[in-house]
Design a protein around this ligand. Sequence first.
Ligand SMILES: C[S@@+](CC[C@H](N)C(=O)[O-])C[C@H]1O[C@@H](n2cnc3c(N)ncnc32)[C@H](O)[C@@H]1O
Length: 292
Amino acid sequence: MKSNLLRWIYLIGLSINILFAGPLFDNFKAKQQPNLVEFGNKYLKNVGPHVFYPFGGPDVTYPLLMFPDFETLTLMGLEPAQPVDDFPVELDNQSLSNLSSLYKRSFFITDQMASGVRNVTTIILKQLENLGATNIAVKAIDGKSNAVQLTFTYNDKQRLIRYYKSGLDNDQINLEFLASLKPFDAVLFKAASYLPHQKKFKTFRNFMLENANIFVQDSTGIPFEFLKDRFTLDLHGQYLMPYKFPGGFEQLSFKAYSESLNKPALNVCFGYGCRKVPTNILIARKKEVASL
Ligand SMILES: C[S@@+](CC[C@H](N)C(=O)[O-])C[C@H]1O[C@@H](n2cnc3c(N)ncnc32)[C@H](O)[C@@H]1O
């Protein structure tokens, strides 16, 4: 009885998301896109050419809007990916529903993707199409399964996106493979499920602290405590608390730091709790390269 009710609630939610996928993008385009582009042009110009987005899943919209000068974007997630021959693509209902989440909440939901997304390439292609990218070509990356690359033109610049299905926890991480992706000019974290805060991602966190030049992140990325001494910090918006996330991951020293700066609120959605808790984007530059 209860499970039937839950199924109905799920199906109604899914239908609403599908129904509103188009209008949700229109709304995102009108209200979020200009602010993200303005933020990128102001604070992230010339950042790149390589942007690494671990726990990025299929989100290409935020990096494309926020990093005006990137040439290569590398995404990782647990979702499967295969090349697609035919596009523009018709998204299936599950993929449409997932894409709606990005436009509505500013992020994809892991559990929702796990239960329905068979190929993230289609979701990436739909975002590229929505943003007006041209000359798109897709192919599998040689020697890797569930790895796809897309080349295209966006804002008159030729770009490359690589997606790898790849586990980054201590048990699955492949440091040799990660090292082959260097240099990490910038590393983006958004809605990363607070994974870099956790012990089982310690190897990954240490590797990134060693190898990244710049982090651009919400509070789910590298904890403030690991950044505050070795990085030059540039906080935008305010950090108050994590938004309703199991395990908490509260950062009291980050909160105190944010309060001491008393920065104005940010007018973009970037990660969990948008419109419920203040948005924050922290740009942390490694001190040796602080002059970049
Ligand atoms: C909440 S989604 C957010 C995706 C994207 N950052 C966004 O803002 O839309 C978290 C992502 O982390 C990935 N993830 C979860 N556990 C992981 C692991 N052990 N190794 C690598 N990626 C993982 C998921 O597959 C998913 O793509």
